[in-house]
Design a protein around this ligand. Structure first.
Ligand code: IP8
Length: 256
């Protein structure tokens, strides 16, 4: 089984308090990944996994300080400040994975990813090699350079569809802080496809919280436009990460 799992920053952090970790959720995530690996081992199979995490209360508050009227400024310090905040978060995630015997290894996009116009330059050779060696690359949303000496936030919500399209996992999982994509009555939409996408778009709003990236709208549209199969579910609920990793698609919204 080859899975790509994105854990939203709001599952792992308290977004109202800079640099705060929800330790119970982080530990539970690591434990459920371990349990899913053991589930496959018992069946003489392997779980190959790439983990992606968002900016949470690390990247977002720092990035916000450097964005004025939609543009980055003072990036001589902003670039490394955002990179440093994300490195701190990534280290805490990876250290916790190691405590549960999950072989996480750090991948920091700001060091090698760039936008050339709308195209993203993102070489995945090393990531693929790590997965083949049964390591778990842990990639995070980050600041990256873009053309005309500018910068962009490279969100976990961009990374998930990009890697899914390129590496073709069996499942792409999006552990967010809601039960899935909700309709206007607050019910979970079980499946999004070409037949209902127009209706669904009306239910989607961009994030109103502290994020500098686009909330549920970005999650759904990026996945849909790239033709990637994604399951969006609530990562705060005990057992969901495990269930998603062992292929239980009943826990949220599936985008086809
Ligand atoms: O939370 C944003 O990643 P996201 C990363 O996945 C930064 O959108 C640096 C704010």
């Amino acid at each position: 089984m080859f899975a790509i799992l994105k854990i939203g920053g709001s599952v792992l952090c308290n977004k109202n308090i800079p640099y705060s970790i929800k330790w119970d959720n982080l530990e539970r995530m690591a434990m459920e990944i371990r349990e899913a690996m053991d589930y496959y081992l018992k069946r003489e199979e392997k779980l190959k996994l790439i983990l992606i995490h968002g900016g949470g209360s690390f990247g977002h508050p720092v990035a916000k300080r450097y964005i004025k009227n939609g543009r980055f400024e003072n990036m001589d310090s902003g670039f490394w400040e955002i990179q440093k905040a994300m490195r701190r978060f990534n280290t805490l995630v990876i250290d916790t994975l190691h405590e549960y015997g999950v072989p996480g290894v750090s991948i920091q996009p700001s060091s090698f990813v760039a936008f050339r116009g709308k195209e993203v330059h993102f070489d995945t050779y090393v990531i693929e090699g790590m997965v083949e060696r049964e390591l778990v690359p842990v990639i995070h949303g980050d600041i990256v350079i873009s053309n005309k000496k500018d910068y962009k936030i490279f969100s976990g919500d961009h990374i998930l569809p990009y890697l899914s399209k390129k590496l073709k996992p069996d499942i792409s999982l999006h552990a967010s802080d809601v039960d899935g994509v909700l309709d206007l009555e607050g019910r979970v939409i079980k499946c999004i496809n070409s037949e209902n996408i127009r209706k669904v778009v009306k239910c989607l709003k961009t994030s109103e919280k502290e994020d500098v990236t686009g909330g549920m709208y970005l999650k759904v549209m990026e996945a849909y436009r790239m033709g990637v199969k994604v399951l969006i579910f609530n990562g705060n609920k005990r057992g969901n990460i495990y269930r998603g990793l062992i292929g239980d698609y009943s826990i949220g919204t599936k985008i086809n």
